[in-house]
Design a binder for this molecule. Structure first.
Ligand SMILES: [Zn+2]
Ligand SMILES: [Zn+2]
Length: 394
Protein backbone atom coordinates (compact mmCIF):
# COMPACT_ATOMS: atom_id res chain seq x y z
CA UNK A 1 0.00 0.00 0.00
CA UNK A 2 2.96 2.34 -0.40
CA UNK A 3 1.33 3.77 -3.55
CA UNK A 4 -1.66 4.93 -1.52
CA UNK A 5 0.59 6.18 1.28
CA UNK A 6 2.69 8.23 -1.14
CA UNK A 7 -0.45 9.61 -2.77
CA UNK A 8 -1.89 10.67 0.59
CA UNK A 9 1.45 12.19 1.68
CA UNK A 10 1.63 14.16 -1.56
CA UNK A 11 -1.98 15.27 -1.37
CA UNK A 12 -1.65 16.36 2.26
CA UNK A 13 1.51 18.34 1.59
CA UNK A 14 -0.22 20.15 -1.25
CA UNK A 15 -3.05 21.00 1.16
CA UNK A 16 -0.52 22.60 3.50
CA UNK A 17 -0.13 19.72 5.96
CA UNK A 18 3.12 18.71 7.64
CA UNK A 19 3.80 15.05 6.86
CA UNK A 20 6.32 12.57 8.26
CA UNK A 21 6.69 8.89 7.52
CA UNK A 22 6.32 6.32 10.29
CA UNK A 23 7.34 2.67 10.51
CA UNK A 24 5.11 0.04 8.80
CA UNK A 25 4.22 2.29 5.84
CA UNK A 26 2.63 4.84 8.16
CA UNK A 27 2.29 8.60 8.12
CA UNK A 28 2.08 11.25 10.82
CA UNK A 29 0.08 14.22 9.55
CA UNK A 30 -0.56 17.65 11.01
CA UNK A 31 -3.34 18.78 8.70
CA UNK A 32 -4.95 22.21 8.34
CA UNK A 33 -8.07 22.67 10.52
CA UNK A 34 -10.61 22.31 7.68
CA UNK A 35 -9.18 18.89 6.72
CA UNK A 36 -9.04 17.77 10.35
CA UNK A 37 -12.72 18.73 10.69
CA UNK A 38 -13.76 17.04 7.44
CA UNK A 39 -11.86 13.81 8.15
CA UNK A 40 -12.39 13.73 11.91
CA UNK A 41 -8.61 13.68 12.52
CA UNK A 42 -6.87 14.88 15.68
CA UNK A 43 -4.22 17.60 15.45
CA UNK A 44 -1.55 14.95 14.98
CA UNK A 45 -3.11 12.13 12.93
CA UNK A 46 -1.29 8.81 12.72
CA UNK A 47 -2.26 6.84 9.63
CA UNK A 48 -1.50 3.25 8.69
CA UNK A 49 -1.66 1.78 5.19
CA UNK A 50 -0.08 -1.66 5.49
CA UNK A 51 -1.20 -4.97 6.98
CA UNK A 52 0.57 -3.97 10.17
CA UNK A 53 -0.28 -0.55 11.67
CA UNK A 54 2.08 1.82 13.47
CA UNK A 55 1.08 2.24 17.16
CA UNK A 56 -2.15 4.21 17.66
CA UNK A 57 -2.65 4.64 13.92
CA UNK A 58 -5.90 4.82 12.03
CA UNK A 59 -6.22 2.48 9.06
CA UNK A 60 -6.54 4.06 5.61
CA UNK A 61 -7.39 1.77 2.70
CA UNK A 62 -9.09 1.70 -0.66
CA UNK A 63 -12.11 0.04 0.94
CA UNK A 64 -14.59 2.33 2.62
CA UNK A 65 -15.02 5.92 1.53
CA UNK A 66 -11.43 7.17 1.86
CA UNK A 67 -10.87 7.45 -1.87
CA UNK A 68 -14.06 9.52 -2.24
CA UNK A 69 -12.94 11.82 0.56
CA UNK A 70 -9.49 12.32 -0.93
CA UNK A 71 -11.13 12.77 -4.35
CA UNK A 72 -13.29 15.58 -2.95
CA UNK A 73 -10.09 17.39 -1.91
CA UNK A 74 -8.71 17.06 -5.43
CA UNK A 75 -11.98 18.31 -6.96
CA UNK A 76 -11.33 18.90 -10.65
CA UNK A 77 -7.58 19.34 -10.35
CA UNK A 78 -5.55 16.83 -12.31
CA UNK A 79 -8.41 16.03 -14.65
CA UNK A 80 -6.96 17.76 -17.67
CA UNK A 81 -3.34 18.19 -18.66
CA UNK A 82 -1.38 19.19 -21.73
CA UNK A 83 2.19 17.94 -21.68
CA UNK A 84 5.03 17.71 -24.10
CA UNK A 85 7.35 14.75 -24.32
CA UNK A 86 11.04 15.53 -24.04
CA UNK A 87 12.58 13.59 -26.90
CA UNK A 88 14.94 14.30 -29.76
CA UNK A 89 13.46 14.41 -33.25
CA UNK A 90 12.89 10.89 -34.52
CA UNK A 91 14.94 9.62 -37.47
CA UNK A 92 13.23 9.16 -40.83
CA UNK A 93 11.55 5.81 -41.43
CA UNK A 94 13.97 3.57 -43.35
CA UNK A 95 11.45 1.71 -45.50
CA UNK A 96 8.20 3.71 -45.46
CA UNK A 97 6.65 1.62 -48.26
CA UNK A 98 6.95 -1.54 -46.16
CA UNK A 99 5.72 0.21 -43.02
CA UNK A 100 2.64 1.54 -44.80
CA UNK A 101 2.07 -1.90 -46.27
CA UNK A 102 1.61 -3.23 -42.75
CA UNK A 103 -1.34 -0.93 -42.01
CA UNK A 104 -2.92 -0.04 -45.36
CA UNK A 105 -5.54 -2.60 -46.31
CA UNK A 106 -7.43 -1.07 -49.24
CA UNK A 107 -9.21 -3.85 -51.18
CA UNK A 108 -10.66 -1.53 -53.84
CA UNK A 109 -7.87 1.03 -54.37
CA UNK A 110 -4.16 1.26 -55.01
CA UNK A 111 -1.72 3.43 -53.11
CA UNK A 112 1.91 4.44 -53.12
CA UNK A 113 4.19 6.16 -50.64
CA UNK A 114 4.40 9.90 -51.30
CA UNK A 115 6.54 11.64 -48.67
CA UNK A 116 7.57 11.77 -45.03
CA UNK A 117 8.59 14.50 -42.62
CA UNK A 118 9.32 14.91 -38.93
CA UNK A 119 6.76 16.90 -36.98
CA UNK A 120 4.85 17.12 -33.72
CA UNK A 121 1.32 15.97 -33.21
CA UNK A 122 -1.32 16.26 -30.52
CA UNK A 123 -2.60 12.96 -29.13
CA UNK A 124 -5.79 13.05 -27.15
CA UNK A 125 -6.12 10.37 -24.46
CA UNK A 126 -9.39 10.26 -22.54
CA UNK A 127 -10.45 8.01 -19.68
CA UNK A 128 -14.01 7.21 -18.62
CA UNK A 129 -15.38 5.15 -15.76
CA UNK A 130 -18.25 2.84 -16.68
CA UNK A 131 -20.33 1.46 -13.81
CA UNK A 132 -22.87 -1.27 -14.47
CA UNK A 133 -25.21 -2.31 -11.66
CA UNK A 134 -27.74 -5.12 -11.75
CA UNK A 135 -27.74 -8.05 -9.31
CA UNK A 136 -23.96 -7.51 -9.33
CA UNK A 137 -21.80 -4.45 -9.83
CA UNK A 138 -18.99 -4.00 -12.28
CA UNK A 139 -16.73 -1.00 -12.69
CA UNK A 140 -14.29 -0.47 -15.55
CA UNK A 141 -11.96 2.23 -16.73
CA UNK A 142 -12.14 2.80 -20.48
CA UNK A 143 -9.40 4.62 -22.38
CA UNK A 144 -9.68 5.97 -25.88
CA UNK A 145 -7.14 7.79 -27.98
CA UNK A 146 -7.01 9.92 -31.11
CA UNK A 147 -4.29 11.63 -33.07
CA UNK A 148 -5.75 15.08 -33.66
CA UNK A 149 -3.04 15.87 -36.24
CA UNK A 150 -4.24 13.11 -38.60
CA UNK A 151 -7.74 12.52 -37.22
CA UNK A 152 -6.95 8.82 -36.72
CA UNK A 153 -8.20 6.68 -33.89
CA UNK A 154 -5.13 5.22 -32.20
CA UNK A 155 -6.60 1.71 -32.09
CA UNK A 156 -4.19 -0.91 -30.78
CA UNK A 157 -1.46 1.73 -30.56
CA UNK A 158 -3.24 3.40 -27.64
CA UNK A 159 -2.07 0.91 -25.01
CA UNK A 160 1.51 1.09 -26.35
CA UNK A 161 1.46 4.86 -26.33
CA UNK A 162 0.12 5.00 -22.76
CA UNK A 163 2.81 2.58 -21.61
CA UNK A 164 5.52 4.53 -23.42
CA UNK A 165 4.31 7.87 -22.02
CA UNK A 166 4.66 6.51 -18.51
CA UNK A 167 8.40 6.02 -19.02
CA UNK A 168 9.10 9.49 -20.43
CA UNK A 169 9.93 12.82 -18.91
CA UNK A 170 7.35 15.52 -19.33
CA UNK A 171 7.26 19.23 -19.52
CA UNK A 172 4.76 22.02 -20.11
CA UNK A 173 4.30 22.54 -23.83
CA UNK A 174 6.78 24.76 -25.62
CA UNK A 175 4.95 27.42 -27.77
CA UNK A 176 6.79 26.33 -30.93
CA UNK A 177 5.88 22.67 -30.32
CA UNK A 178 2.29 23.62 -29.59
CA UNK A 179 2.12 25.53 -32.88
CA UNK A 180 3.61 22.59 -34.80
CA UNK A 181 1.20 20.12 -33.19
CA UNK A 182 -1.84 22.27 -33.99
CA UNK A 183 -4.89 23.05 -31.87
CA UNK A 184 -7.16 20.57 -30.10
CA UNK A 185 -10.66 19.69 -31.25
CA UNK A 186 -13.61 21.96 -30.67
CA UNK A 187 -16.55 20.69 -28.60
CA UNK A 188 -18.61 19.59 -31.60
CA UNK A 189 -15.80 17.52 -33.15
CA UNK A 190 -14.93 16.06 -29.76
CA UNK A 191 -18.54 15.01 -29.24
CA UNK A 192 -18.85 13.57 -32.76
CA UNK A 193 -15.70 11.47 -32.33
CA UNK A 194 -15.83 10.49 -28.68
CA UNK A 195 -19.50 9.56 -28.29
CA UNK A 196 -19.69 6.73 -30.86
CA UNK A 197 -16.29 5.38 -29.74
CA UNK A 198 -17.40 5.46 -26.12
CA UNK A 199 -20.72 3.75 -26.94
CA UNK A 200 -18.90 0.94 -28.72
CA UNK A 201 -16.31 0.65 -25.94
CA UNK A 202 -18.96 0.43 -23.21
CA UNK A 203 -20.90 -2.17 -25.20
CA UNK A 204 -17.79 -4.28 -25.76
CA UNK A 205 -16.68 -3.94 -22.15
CA UNK A 206 -20.08 -4.93 -20.76
CA UNK A 207 -20.75 -7.78 -23.19
CA UNK A 208 -19.29 -10.54 -20.93
CA UNK A 209 -21.02 -9.01 -17.89
CA UNK A 210 -24.34 -8.98 -19.78
CA UNK A 211 -23.87 -12.56 -20.93
CA UNK A 212 -23.19 -13.86 -17.44
CA UNK A 213 -26.10 -11.78 -16.11
CA UNK A 214 -28.41 -13.28 -18.73
CA UNK A 215 -27.17 -16.75 -17.79
CA UNK A 216 -28.00 -16.13 -14.12
CA UNK A 217 -31.35 -14.63 -15.06
CA UNK A 218 -32.17 -17.61 -17.29
CA UNK A 219 -31.20 -20.05 -14.56
CA UNK A 220 -33.36 -18.25 -11.98
CA UNK A 221 -36.29 -18.08 -14.39
CA UNK A 222 -36.01 -21.80 -15.09
CA UNK A 223 -35.92 -22.55 -11.36
CA UNK A 224 -38.97 -20.36 -10.75
CA UNK A 225 -40.84 -21.98 -13.60
CA UNK A 226 -39.95 -25.50 -12.47
CA UNK A 227 -41.15 -24.90 -8.91
CA UNK A 228 -44.49 -23.33 -9.88
CA UNK A 229 -45.08 -25.75 -12.72
CA UNK A 230 -44.77 -28.71 -10.31
CA UNK A 231 -47.29 -27.14 -7.92
CA UNK A 232 -49.70 -26.40 -10.74
CA UNK A 233 -49.41 -29.91 -12.18
CA UNK A 234 -50.26 -31.47 -8.82
CA UNK A 235 -53.35 -29.30 -8.51
CA UNK A 236 -54.42 -30.12 -12.06
CA UNK A 237 -53.92 -33.82 -11.32
CA UNK A 238 -56.22 -33.53 -8.29
CA UNK A 239 -58.77 -31.69 -10.44
CA UNK A 240 -58.64 -34.45 -13.02
CA UNK A 241 -59.26 -37.05 -10.30
CA UNK A 242 -62.38 -35.12 -9.28
CA UNK A 243 -63.68 -35.12 -12.85
CA UNK A 244 -67.20 -36.59 -12.96
CA UNK A 245 -67.39 -36.99 -9.18
CA UNK A 246 -70.60 -35.53 -7.84
CA UNK A 247 -71.61 -34.26 -4.43
CA UNK A 248 -71.07 -31.22 -2.20
CA UNK A 249 -67.61 -32.33 -0.99
CA UNK A 250 -66.32 -32.87 -4.52
CA UNK A 251 -67.65 -29.44 -5.56
CA UNK A 252 -65.86 -27.80 -2.62
CA UNK A 253 -62.62 -29.68 -3.42
CA UNK A 254 -62.89 -28.67 -7.07
CA UNK A 255 -63.40 -25.04 -6.18
CA UNK A 256 -60.46 -25.09 -3.76
CA UNK A 257 -58.12 -26.59 -6.38
CA UNK A 258 -59.19 -24.04 -9.00
CA UNK A 259 -58.46 -21.20 -6.57
CA UNK A 260 -55.11 -22.78 -5.83
CA UNK A 261 -54.18 -22.98 -9.52
CA UNK A 262 -55.09 -19.29 -9.95
CA UNK A 263 -53.01 -18.36 -6.88
CA UNK A 264 -49.99 -20.32 -8.18
CA UNK A 265 -50.20 -18.55 -11.53
CA UNK A 266 -50.46 -15.15 -9.83
CA UNK A 267 -47.50 -15.86 -7.62
CA UNK A 268 -45.43 -17.06 -10.56
CA UNK A 269 -46.05 -13.83 -12.48
CA UNK A 270 -45.23 -11.69 -9.42
CA UNK A 271 -41.98 -13.59 -8.83
CA UNK A 272 -41.03 -13.16 -12.49
CA UNK A 273 -41.59 -9.41 -12.13
CA UNK A 274 -39.39 -9.33 -9.01
CA UNK A 275 -36.71 -11.19 -10.88
CA UNK A 276 -36.59 -8.81 -13.85
CA UNK A 277 -36.50 -5.95 -11.36
CA UNK A 278 -33.50 -7.53 -9.58
CA UNK A 279 -31.68 -7.96 -12.87
CA UNK A 280 -32.51 -4.54 -14.34
CA UNK A 281 -29.25 -3.04 -15.58
CA UNK A 282 -28.21 0.54 -14.90
CA UNK A 283 -25.10 1.83 -16.61
CA UNK A 284 -23.47 5.15 -15.82
CA UNK A 285 -20.43 6.54 -17.61
CA UNK A 286 -18.35 9.37 -16.11
CA UNK A 287 -15.46 11.25 -17.61
CA UNK A 288 -12.36 10.91 -15.45
CA UNK A 289 -9.38 12.40 -17.19
CA UNK A 290 -8.06 13.95 -20.39
CA UNK A 291 -4.44 14.12 -21.40
CA UNK A 292 -3.27 15.95 -24.50
CA UNK A 293 0.22 14.68 -25.21
CA UNK A 294 2.37 16.53 -27.71
CA UNK A 295 4.59 13.85 -29.18
CA UNK A 296 7.15 13.82 -31.98
CA UNK A 297 6.10 11.76 -35.00
CA UNK A 298 7.21 10.88 -38.47
CA UNK A 299 4.33 11.89 -40.75
CA UNK A 300 3.93 9.63 -43.76
CA UNK A 301 1.84 10.60 -46.76
CA UNK A 302 0.41 8.07 -49.16
CA UNK A 303 -1.29 8.75 -52.47
CA UNK A 304 -4.47 6.75 -52.93
CA UNK A 305 -5.94 6.06 -56.36
CA UNK A 306 -9.43 4.80 -57.13
CA UNK A 307 -10.60 4.87 -60.77
CA UNK A 308 -9.69 8.37 -61.97
CA UNK A 309 -9.50 9.94 -58.52
CA UNK A 310 -6.49 10.59 -56.28
CA UNK A 311 -6.19 11.58 -52.66
CA UNK A 312 -3.33 12.09 -50.21
CA UNK A 313 -3.75 10.61 -46.74
CA UNK A 314 -1.54 11.04 -43.69
CA UNK A 315 -0.50 8.43 -41.15
CA UNK A 316 1.86 8.99 -38.27
CA UNK A 317 4.65 6.69 -37.16
CA UNK A 318 5.05 7.07 -33.39
CA UNK A 319 8.72 6.40 -32.62
CA UNK A 320 8.05 6.68 -28.89
CA UNK A 321 5.72 3.68 -28.82
CA UNK A 322 6.94 2.17 -32.10
CA UNK A 323 3.65 1.85 -33.95
CA UNK A 324 2.03 3.26 -37.03
CA UNK A 325 -1.57 4.26 -36.51
CA UNK A 326 -4.56 2.94 -38.50
CA UNK A 327 -5.44 4.93 -41.63
CA UNK A 328 -7.92 7.81 -41.27
CA UNK A 329 -11.58 6.87 -41.46
CA UNK A 330 -14.35 9.12 -42.77
CA UNK A 331 -17.13 6.84 -41.59
CA UNK A 332 -17.10 4.32 -38.72
CA UNK A 333 -14.86 4.09 -35.70
CA UNK A 334 -11.76 3.23 -37.71
CA UNK A 335 -10.19 1.04 -35.05
CA UNK A 336 -9.18 -1.72 -37.47
CA UNK A 337 -7.15 -1.43 -40.67
CA UNK A 338 -9.44 -2.29 -43.60
CA UNK A 339 -10.89 0.66 -45.54
CA UNK A 340 -12.98 0.81 -48.68
CA UNK A 341 -12.56 3.86 -50.88
CA UNK A 342 -15.64 5.57 -52.36
CA UNK A 343 -15.92 6.47 -56.04
CA UNK A 344 -17.23 10.00 -55.69
CA UNK A 345 -14.90 11.69 -53.23
CA UNK A 346 -12.44 8.94 -52.28
CA UNK A 347 -13.65 8.73 -48.70
CA UNK A 348 -12.04 6.03 -46.63
CA UNK A 349 -14.67 4.12 -44.67
CA UNK A 350 -15.06 0.91 -42.76
CA UNK A 351 -16.31 -1.76 -45.19
CA UNK A 352 -19.89 -1.35 -43.90
CA UNK A 353 -19.72 2.30 -44.98
CA UNK A 354 -19.88 1.24 -48.65
CA UNK A 355 -22.40 -1.55 -48.13
CA UNK A 356 -25.65 -2.08 -50.03
CA UNK A 357 -28.76 -0.09 -49.09
CA UNK A 358 -31.29 -2.11 -47.14
CA UNK A 359 -34.05 -0.63 -49.29
CA UNK A 360 -32.92 -0.83 -52.92
CA UNK A 361 -29.85 -3.04 -52.51
CA UNK A 362 -27.51 -0.61 -54.32
CA UNK A 363 -24.24 0.19 -52.49
CA UNK A 364 -23.60 3.80 -51.48
CA UNK A 365 -21.02 5.76 -49.48
CA UNK A 366 -22.20 6.65 -45.95
CA UNK A 367 -19.62 9.45 -45.74
CA UNK A 368 -21.00 11.11 -48.92
CA UNK A 369 -24.59 10.41 -47.87
CA UNK A 370 -24.69 10.13 -44.09
CA UNK A 371 -28.46 10.59 -43.75
CA UNK A 372 -30.06 8.40 -46.39
CA UNK A 373 -29.59 6.34 -49.55
CA UNK A 374 -29.31 8.77 -52.52
CA UNK A 375 -31.41 6.47 -54.73
CA UNK A 376 -34.37 5.40 -52.64
CA UNK A 377 -34.10 7.73 -49.61
CA UNK A 378 -34.09 4.97 -47.02
CA UNK A 379 -32.43 6.29 -43.80
CA UNK A 380 -28.81 5.15 -43.62
CA UNK A 381 -29.04 4.27 -39.93
CA UNK A 382 -32.07 2.00 -40.36
CA UNK A 383 -31.47 -1.54 -39.24
CA UNK A 384 -28.04 -0.69 -37.84
CA UNK A 385 -28.18 -0.71 -34.06
CA UNK A 386 -24.66 0.58 -33.69
CA UNK A 387 -24.98 3.33 -36.30
CA UNK A 388 -22.33 5.96 -35.82
CA UNK A 389 -21.88 9.50 -36.90
CA UNK A 390 -19.45 10.02 -39.76
CA UNK A 391 -15.91 10.64 -38.60
CA UNK A 392 -13.99 13.78 -39.34
CA UNK A 393 -12.66 14.11 -42.87
CA UNK A 394 -8.91 13.46 -42.91
ZN1 LIG B 1 -31.53 2.71 -51.42
ZN1 LIG C 1 -17.87 9.11 -50.17
Amino acid sequence: MTVLRDFVADLMERQGAAVETLEHDGLAVIAPPEIRAAFGWPELARLGFGAELPPAAQRIGIEGDWLDRFGALLADRGRYAERQIVLDSPPAVGDPERLLGQVLDLPNAIWRFHSQRTTWTRCLLIAFRATAVSDEKRESILWMGFNIGTGAALGNGLARLRAALGDQSWQAADPAVRAAAGPGWDAATLEARVRPTLDAAVRAELAPFLRSMQRRLGRDQARLHGYHDDLRRESLKRLLALDGVEGAKADADRQREQLRVAAIEREYRAKLDDLSHNYALRVTVDWIQTLEALVPVQRLEALIRRRKGERLIRLDWHPLARFVEPPPCDWGLGLTATRLVCDERLHLTEPAGQGPCRGCGKPFCRACHPAACPRCGRPASEGRADAVEPGRLG
